[in-house]
Write a protein that binds this ligand. Structure first.
Ligand SMILES: Cc1cc2nc3c(=O)[nH]c(=O)nc-3n(C[C@H](O)[C@H](O)[C@H](O)COP(=O)(O)OP(=O)(O)OC[C@H]3O[C@@H](n4cnc5c(N)ncnc54)[C@H](O)[C@@H]3O)c2cc1C
Length: 376
């Protein structure tokens, strides 16, 4: 054992960032018997993991990236066993529905566009567990919702679902700790190579490790600078409205208007690329509200109780990045949107990659190599 190893025996692997991505791989590594320390300090802007809807959403996405579309379906298929396992180990409940998911179509044109998109996706993927349904079929699936007059039908997919995202994170964290994982709440100032390993400088002191995972969302742009002049990831602002609690009326989640496990309705359709400005914009609140009322007019009579924003972590080409850094094979970078949907795949497949193995076939093209960065 070398000098470096003796100094850092408690941190074989450090994970910088404990949002949903960091927790998913931390647990996955601990489940393989690996000793891991996770550092996290929820920050003002990097809080997508604590601001999202919790949809496990595979449908109607990524016609231009078929393997990525399959990756989402694959992750969704791994979810039931994962949540059972996490509940068992953590002793915590994870509210989750594997009931499929719906996208309401407002107007004939929207319905036809969606139908054409899904037809192409079906051709491309070979199998696709869903399709278009009529308004009558939609009403049968959600009989307690009075849909607006312009809703003509919906896209349906049985692989989708919804999980309580904070409960999933709590269970990941508790299960990780039960398996011997170490969580340190600290703000990371900087990361750099040192003594043949890596140093992470935090407000609780310097921590050294041999292997490093960068899963700090948008902060990865700063933390990867020692090896990369720029990381092709930007902030995609989402703004969410929360409507007062109702009795359970939505057993199947609707994209953009979803009932939470607590009974409130969460509304969120927007994507804005305006840097790190997380202020709530009144016009955006109004337009989100209008879109929701078109689908479900009764919402117009309900009280809006909260609004918040969050910055999605969006790679330039919208595909996840799982990559080593150039000349740093022991550093793994993880940056993706839809990290709730992908959490199960991250837990099951990324630990091997972090430990020096390969990515699974479906994810082979998801390294930084596609942006012209040499990571071999
Ligand atoms: C409004 C909205 C709705 C969404 N809905 C869904 C959905 O329904 N389904 C879905 O799959 N995805 C959804 N997403 C996307 C999903 O939330 C993100 O893909 C996910 O949060 C990314 O997780 P992450 O862990 O990679 O990054 P982040 O969530 O950004 O987490 C990064 C972590 O690193 C920590 N960190 C950062 N900087 C530092 C530092 N300097 N020191 C210490 N710690 C640091 C942060 O505190 C945080 O815990 C939504 C996002 C938004 C904004």
């Amino acid at each position: 054992m070398g000098k470096f190893k003796r100094q850092t025996s408690e941190h074989d692997i450090l994970i910088a960032g404990g949002g949903i991505s960091g927790l998913a791989v931390a647990y996955g590594l601990a489940a393989k018997g690996t000793k891991v320390t996770l550092i996290d300090a929820p920050t003002q802007t990097n809080k997508a993991s604590r601001a999202n809807v919790g949809l496990i959403w595979c449908q109607s996405k990524f016609l231009h990236l078929p393997n990525y579309a399959k990756w989402g379906f694959h992750s969704a298929s791994l979810f039931p066993a994962l949540t059972r396992e996490l509940e068992e180990i953590s002793g915590l409940d994870i509210p989750v529905n594997y009931t499929g998911g719906l996208i309401a179509c407002v107007g004939q044109k929207e319905y036809e566009n969606k139908a054409a998109y899904i037809a192409k996706l079906k051709d491309l993927l070979g199998e696709y567990p869903g399709g278009m349904i009529s308004r009558t079929e939609l009403e049968k699936k959600l009989p307690k919702i009075g849909f607006g007059p312009d809703v003509v039908g919906a896209a349906w997919c049985e692989a989708d679902g919804v999980v309580e995202p904070l409960a999933l994170m709590r269970a990941y964290k508790a299960a990780f700790c039960k398996l011997g994982g170490n969580v340190i709440e600290a703000h990371i100032h900087d990361v750099c190579p040192q003594d043949g390993g890596y140093s992470v400088f935090t407000d609780k002191g310097q921590m050294k490790c041999e292997r490093l995972v960068l899963s700090a969302g948008l902060s990865n742009r700063r933390f990867s600078r020692f090896a990369l002049s720029s990381l092709p990831v930007s902030a995609d602002k989402g703004q969410v409205l929360l409507v007062e609690r109702m009795p359970p009326v939505m057993p199947i989640p609707l994209l953009g208007v979803t009932q939470t496990f607590g009974g409130t309705i969460i509304i969120g359709f927007r994507h804005e690329f305006i840097g790190h400005d997380t202020r709530i914009v009144p016009e955006a609140v109004a337009s989100e509200g209008r879109a929701a009322i078109q689908i479900w007019p009764e919402l117009g009579k309900k009280r809006l109780i909260r609004a918040w924003s969050g910055l999605r972590v969006m790679p330039e080409d919208k595909q996840a990045i799982y990559s080593r850094l150039p000349n740093h094979p022991k550093v793994t970078l993880i940056n993706t949107h839809s990290a709730v949907t992908l959490a199960a795949a991250h837990t099951r497949h990324l630990p091997e990659f972090i430990l020096g193995g390969c990515l699974p076939d479906l994810a082979q093209d998801m390294t930084l190599q596609r942006f012209g960065v040499d990571v071999h």
